[in-house]
Design a protein around this ligand. Structure first.
Ligand SMILES: O=C(O)CCC(=O)C(=O)O
Length: 289
């Protein structure tokens, strides 16, 4: 069925999320699954603490059980192409407009027979930006049904309260406190399911979570996060600056020369994060000085 991009965008803006059934082609799906299988194989012999893998406690070489593969874009060119210059990038443009930055990616595997729950939370508290445009595109690499812990999202919550994801003693839990859950309205959550290759898109402020996977099939969900090009991660907070060699790269369009922070817009310097900066002297006196 042909996509109706206007309807997808209207749904995303109204609800804070949208689900696109069978978004990924069969060819991409088999490439992504093959790349995941290669990494799962590598996890069999990985040393404990290898940053690439987040294993379940009973993970072994003979019977791997991973919760997550970290930064897949840095680990396999298939994931890099898909997220940085492929179908996920194109979908980000559909939702955000022509100028788009990549932030990070991860592959939540949610293994068969008990893969762990993800408690209710919002994403933006983990990696605050200068605006609330960031969104995450998820691709289900398997068909997902109710038993497999599909992602549940509370419609309209992207416009509501931003919750504290700390415990009463101030320690970070990454989950909305039990006593706040009534206000989070999680009973109204919509669970996103579909055939393999279906895409989920959710805004960084949307409340979401997922139950354990009680089925005999794993539920790999490939997640990649983007923002508008004029949205900047606030360094020194959460995972910003830590998570991917491609973090913050412009994947489509042009970088703006104006930045709005705290309601004020300023003309700003180019991005010298990855080199090319000399000094104010060299810049003011010109290249031949
Ligand atoms: O894997 C899921 O169901 C949800 C993923 C998620 O919310 C996260 O990893 O932040």
């Amino acid at each position: 069925m042909a996509r109706d991009r206007v309807h997808e965008l209207e749904t995303y803006e109204r609800d804070g999320f949208v689900c696109l059934e069978s978004f990924v082609t069969a060819d991409w799906l088999s490439r992504l699954n093959a790349a995941m299988e290669r990494l799962i194989d590598e996890s069999r012999t990985a040393a404990p603490g290898d940053w690439r893998f987040d294993p379940e406690p009973d993970h072994t070489a003979d019977a791997p059980r991973l919760r997550r593969i970290n930064t897949p874009v840095d680990l396999d060119p298939t994931f890099a192409e898909f997220a940085l210059d492929g179908p996920a990038t194109d979908l980000a443009v559909d939702m955000l407009g022509p100028d788009v930055r990549f932030h990070h990616s991860k592959l939540n595997i949610k293994w068969s027979g008990g893969g762990e729950e993800v408690k209710w939370h919002q994403d933006i508290q983990f990696w605050p930006h200068t605006d609330f445009s960031p969104l995450t595109i998820g691709i289900y690499l398997n068909e997902v049904d109710d038993q497999m812990g599909p992602m549940g999202i509370v419609p309209g919550s992207h416009r509501g309260e931003l919750f504290d994801l700390r415990a009463d003693d101030g320690s970070w839990t990454g989950a909305i406190r039990d006593e706040d859950l009534d206000r989070a309205d999680t009973a109204t959550a919509v669970y996103l399911k579909g055939p393999a290759g279906s895409a989920t898109v959710h805004n960084c402020c949307a409340i979401h979570g997922s139950a354990p996977n009680t089925s005999p099939r794993m539920r790999p969900l490939l997640l990649q996060t983007y923002s508008r090009a004029d949205s900047y991660p606030l360094l020194g907070v959460g995972t910003n600056g830590k998570i991917s060699s491609s973090a913050h790269s412009l994947v489509r369009g042009a970088a703006p020369d104006r930045i709005t922070v705290g309601g004020r817009t300023m003309p700003a310097a180019p991005d010298w994060y990855k080199g090319k900066y000399t000094s104010i002297f060299a810049q003011q006196q010109g290249p031949d000085s």
